[in-house]
Design a protein around this ligand. Structure first.
Ligand code: HEM
Length: 187
């Protein structure tokens, strides 16, 4: 079932990212200044991009090729998983403040008051989506290692893991697109 859904889901992610890029390039774009990234922020961001790329490539390629993850690809998936589990709390600490939504008189909105912000609407949303899905993707596998669930429970956890992983990949892809668009528009 998952291997049948996966190509459509990946095509959907590509379509959404492509649509976002086209719409943002066609629109006039925001001229609001953004704060410059520090070397630490760049490092943490590259950590997320690198680990999610390894996790997505190893799992998706194997699922599409043979239908399941095993052997060296599973080993590489676990290497990416180690990096991801280490980097996720760092991302949470580093980016949660600039990704905060602010309540104003008109309701939920982004603020441009105070020091120059780093992120706006879609980037902020994708950040929180990555945190939640990243937490789920990690906890499903950690719980699977504990002697708590039977076969049905483990299969359910793996199913949740697969779909939460897809959401995490979508969040990272769209977040990267927003960051790239910010760069292009400021150039
Ligand atoms: C963006 C992040 C991730 C994505 C996209 C992802 C994707 C996947 C997918 C699609 C599978 C299923 C392969 C199959 O059906 O055989 C899988 C399996 C697995 N993943 Fe992940 N994963 C991610 C993160 C993680 C993390 C953080 C861990 C460890 C904490 C992890 C550990 C595992 C393990 C051990 C399996 C094999 C489970 C089994 O076959 O019983 N993954 N992953």
């Amino acid at each position: 079932m998952y291997s049948e859904v996966l190509p459509y889901a990946l095509a959907g992610i590509l379509a959404v990212v492509g649509l976002y890029l086209i719409v943002s390039l066609a629109s006039r774009g925001s001229k609001r200044a953004r704060a410059r990234w520090t070397w630490w922020e760049v490092l943490v961001y590259l950590g997320v991009l690198g680990s999610v790329t390894v996790l997505a490539a190893t799992s998706f390629i194997e699922v599409l090729r043979v239908g399941t993850l095993h052997g060296w690809m599973l080993f590489l998936h676990m290497c990416g998983a180690g990096a991801f589990v280490a980097v996720l709390p760092l991302v949470a600490i580093t980016w949660c403040e600039p990704s905060r939504f602010c309540l104003t008189g008109t309701g939920l909105s982004v603020t441009d008051r105070g020091p120059a912000p780093r992120f706006f609407g879609v980037s902020k949303l994708m950040f929180w989506m990555l945190l939640v899905s990243g937490f789920v993707v990690t906890m499903t596998m950690i719980l699977s290692m504990l002697p708590l669930f039977g076969t049905d429970g483990l299969e359910t956890l793996l199913a949740v893991h697969r779909y939460a992983g897809l959401v995490a990949v979508a969040a990272v892809a769209l977040h990267l697109a927003t960051v790239l668009m910010q760069r292009v528009k400021l150039a």
